[in-house]
Design a protein around this ligand. Structure first.
Ligand code: FRU
Length: 494
């Protein structure tokens, strides 16, 4: 049976030891991508939160750094963001390098235990060495609690038009927007979301940012909102809203005005992509909106079968906004930096496949692979695939064109007994693309599959714990079909 060592991903970020949840405070500066994360360094379950820290020059290979933020007299350190204060609006700079400011939630566990409501406040810390070491602001908190239990996860961006900072904050069942000239004094601007979108759980980890529509070049604003529970396949997931923002108010597009509990606007329909937000300070010359999520689900995150560490991040993804009738959709795809780790590619122009056909051979290590192919001329069939190993573990996934459903079924995928919610039911996603051709992109690591369908219009990310490594990818359903433009990329990474 595999264990910790064998479950440690090859190229997805995971802390050396201890617990991890949400990605926090991501920013880019001078060639380095910073990733902070919710971290309990002393145990492999959630506990007193710190900000762990890792850096990378290419978003793929990460180097863990010393812990960035530790709990203090105001509380433990919950999720938040970081910005580069180029104009030194905060006055916290030293005149040499622009200060980097982290804005996070203080969680006062004792006050919470004592039954008080105002135990979450927002604090800041600053770094004068480009994010390596941090000093807490002496007059924390900068945003006190108005008497609301869930008041957290500040994500801050610069709003050029008004020369001010805008904070999106998760407040129970809605997002509140605050603004500030200097990151120190905050004023409430507006609220959004009480009557819109999914509300099966508490709203968390928002992100408000501008996106350019691919086809038209028009500018829109996107608001990511994580929700737990209430995701489309149970537990935690991240929904999004597209609209406009005028520095004060977020107005969702009219076409989205009616979206209720059930909708198609999820960043990912798999069970394992939560609390994701985007990097700040990506240079304009790059222009990407780069996203990373926590590759787990609050339903079972504390129970997955690893010991030394718990939890992994998704592969970083590039987000695009495209028109979709009278509304818009976010498309995700793995960042292009992954390509430079391709060492070997097997290509087949066309494969006629049926039950039992192997798409990959033993020479491919499926614990670090990137695959693409197209299913052309869709018919009313089930296009079913499975990852298999020598002891009979099976991770099934595919697309049923009869009812337009993508699915992932990890029922027999190996170790599953740690939580009923892990295999309760297969995960599904309704296909929204109308195209007769279905492009499929798959990222495989030791314990995860990330499925990008229709160029990332529908994404499913799920984790698994096979007893032996998965060895082949086969077609397993009754239906036979053709796949085209098959590319199996072996990655060199660990
Ligand atoms: C989301 C979340 C955040 C909170 C953090 C605590 O997963 O619940 O709302 O800040 O995790 O670790």
């Amino acid at each position: 049976i595999q264990s910790d060592l064998d479950f440690r991903p090859n190229f997805h970020f995971t802390p050396d030891s201890g617990w991890m949840n949400d990605p926090n405070g991501m920013f880019y500066l001078d060639g380095t991508y910073h990733l902070f994360f919710q971290h309990n360094p002393d145990d492999n379950v959630w506990g007193p939160m710190h900000w762990g820290h890792a850096t990378s020059t290419d978003l793929i290979t990460w180097e863990e750094q010393p812990i960035a933020l530790e709990p203090d007299e105001h509380g433990t350190i919950f999720s938040g963001s970081a910005v580069v204060d180029h104009n030194n609006t905060s006055g916290l700079g030293d005149g040499n390098t622009p200060p980097v400011i982290a804005i996070f939630t203080y969680h006062d566990a004792e006050a919470a235990d004592a039954g008080e409501d105002d135990f979450q406040t927002q604090g800041i810390a600053y770094s004068l060495d480009k994010g390596q070491t941090w000093t807490k602001y002496e007059q924390n908190p900068v945003l006190p609690n108005p008497g609301i239990k869930d008041f957290r996860d500040p994500k801050v961006n610069w709003y050029e038009e008004d020369q001010k900072w805008v904070m999106a904050l998760a407040v129970q069942d809605h997002i509140s927007f605050y603004s500030s000239p200097n990151l120190l004094e905050w004023e409430r601007e507006s609220d959004f979301g009480q009557n819109m979108g999914a509300h099966g759980g508490v709203w968390e980890c928002p992100d408000l940012f501008r996106m350019t529509v691919e086809e038209t070049g028009e500018e829109k604003w996107v608001l990511l909102v994580s929700i737990n529970p209430g995701g489309p396949n149970g537990g935690s997931a991240t929904q999004y809203f597209v609209g406009d923002f005028n520095g004060t108010t977020f107005t969702p597009d009219e076409s989205l005005n009616k979206i209720g509990e059930e909708h198609d606007y999820w960043i990912d329909f798999g069970k394992d992509n939560y609390a994701g937000v985007t990097w700040s300070n990506i240079p304009e010359t790059d222009g990407r909106d780069i996203f990373i999520g926590w590759m787990s689900n609050w339903q079972y995150a504390n129970e997955v079968p690893t010991e030394q560490w718990r939890s992994t991040m998704t592969v970083p993804r590039n987000l695009k906004l495209k028109t979709d009738g009278d509304s818009y959709k976010i498309y995700s795809s793995p960042v292009k930096e992954l390509d430079k780790y391709i060492v070997n590619t097997i290509e087949k122009r066309e494969m006629q496949v049926s039950e039992g056909t192997a798409i990959t051979t033993d020479s491919i290590n499926l614990a670090k692979a990137h695959l693409t192919f197209d299913i052309t001329n869709l018919e009313d069939k089930t296009y079913e695939f499975a990852l298999l190993n020598s002891v009979g573990d099976t991770l099934k996934f595919g697309y049923d064109h009869n009812d337009k459903q993508f699915y992932v079924n990890r029922k027999n995928s190996g170790l599953t007994g740690f939580s009923e919610t892990f295999t309760e039911k297969k995960s599904t996603a309704t296909r929204t693309s109308k195209s007769e051709n279905l492009p499929v992109e798959i990222i495989l690591d030791k314990t995860s599959i990330e499925l990008f369908y229709d160029n990332g219009e529908t994404v499913m990310t799920e984790i698994f714990f096979p007893r032996r490594p998965f060895e082949t990818l086969k077609v397993v359903g009754d239906d036979s079909f053709i796949i085209e433009n098959v590319k199996i990329n072996q990655l060199t990474l660990n």
